[in-house]
Design a binder for this molecule. Structure first.
Ligand code: NAP
Length: 354
């Protein structure tokens, strides 16, 4: 199928993905199976060939719902019978207390041990009703490092971690078996990225093809140390929360949360946007879009897609109308005026959201 989107190489693999990737983490919580299938059909019909999911989805992570998102994708794969037509990415949960994810945890924690990764791969394949995963990502590190929404480094126990070489060795076995084709990392630091690359080179272990971290007009931490790694090492960014979880669409501008929106249902997720200069930076983005005469959601999504270190923009939608708007947003040209506006915002606010 031809696609109106840029095709971009996934790391140093032989895979080309569209510059837009379909996110899925609301399916099974905010969205039904039927709605998930409608989103998949629509996105595929529009030429998107890349789908991102995770074993822990939908969010928020709960015992009652865990795995539903992959199951919905699995029933779609089974019904459509076109598995080879698209690139499927999923993720193995990092260190967490989500004990329901595994038959057997390590000290009550999900970890990146050999046994736990083996179990995770096997269960994802089953739920997805496929015999291979194109991109298998470590959802967040096994290390006890500062995670989602953190603002400063803290001194964690650096010895308390699965050795990264051991993690790569487990993944290598799954590549040999044909369960997974390539690997990626997510919510990872500059140190972790470089270390994985070094280990793959010196020990002949699989090479990471991508990194999936938060990145948007108001979350620009990736620019500082990690963008150069992404560019020079061909470990492209798959940015998530490019709409600031809805904030950058302007839907919360008047201070209220529309019924059924993420802010209405799960205000805890959006907490990180309220810190420091977050609200002022969001308002600056909305104002810049007004001045440019474009929809703020277009401005936000084209900003991330147009970064040279981005491989594919992960979009998320809870309705078909949102999905259509977000896909159409990518058909618009990124201009010098937009670049200047984004740069001005960055000069004023750096990265209020992490
Ligand atoms: N690796 C990770 O740790 C990680 C973390 C987060 C996300 N992800 C991936 O990235 C994907 C996207 O993340 P995200 O959902 O946080 O991205 P986002 O684009 O910042 O937010 C998407 C949400 O904004 C609202 N929205 C989207 N389009 C809209 C529009 N045109 N108008 C108004 N509201 C709109 C919808 O929520 P409501 O309708 O509920 O308001 C939608 O669920 C996920 O599905 C997942 O695949 C990965």
């Amino acid at each position: 199928m031809t696609s109106p989107f840029d095709m971009r190489r996934l790391g140093r693999t032989d895979i080309n993905v569209t510059s837009v990737c379909l996110g899925t983490m609301t399916w099974g919580e905010q969205n039904t199976e039927k709605e998930a299938h409608a989103q998949l059909d629509y996105a595929r019909g529009e030429g998107i060939n890349f789908i991102d999911t995770a074993e822990m989805y939908p969010v928020p992570g709960r015992a009652e719902t865990q795995g539903r998102t992959e199951s919905y994708i699995g029933s779609w794969i089974k019904a459509r019978r076109k598995r080879d037509d698209f690139i499927l990415a999923t993720k193995v949960t990092g260190r967490s207390g989500m004990t329901w994810t595994r038959d057997k945890t390590d000290g009550g924690m999900t970890r990146h041990t050999r046994a736990q990764i083996d179990e995770a791969v096997e269960k994802s394949l089953k739920r997805l009703q496929t015999d291979y995963i194109d991109l298998y990502q470590l959802h967040w590190p096994d290390r006890g490092m500062p995670g989602f929404g953190f603002h400063s480094y803290y001194d964690y126990d650096t010895d308390d971690m699965e050795p990264l070489a051991d993690i790569l060795a487990v993944l290598a076995r799954h590549i040999e078996k044909g369960n997974i084709r390539h690997i990626g990392i997510s919510n990872e630091s500059a140190w972790g990225t470089m270390k994985y690359l070094e280990l793959s080179k010196t020990q002949g272990l699989p090479r990471i093809a991508s990194i999936q971290n938060v990145y948007s007009l108001v979350a620009r931490r990736f620019d500082y140390a990690q963008a150069e790694i992404a560019m020079r090492e061909d470990v492209g960014l798959l940015p998530y929360s490019i709409l600031g979880m809805g904030y950058l669409t302007g839907k919360y501008r008047d201070g209220t949360a529309p019924k059924g929106s993420r802010k209405d249902l799960f205000p805890q997720f959006l907490q990180r946007y309220h810190n420091h200069d977050g609200p002022a930076a969001i308002e600056a983005c909305l104002k810049a879009a007004d001045d440019l005469g474009i929809d703020p959601a277009v401005f936000a999504q084209k900003f991330t897609e147009s970064r040279a270190f981005v491989t594919s923009n992960i979009i998320g939608a809870t309705t078909l109308a949102q999905l259509k708007a977000n896909i159409d947003a990518h058909k618009i040209e990124w201009t010098e005026d937009m670049e200047k506006a984004a740069d001005d915002i960055h000069k004023r606010f750096r990265s209020p959201v992490c």
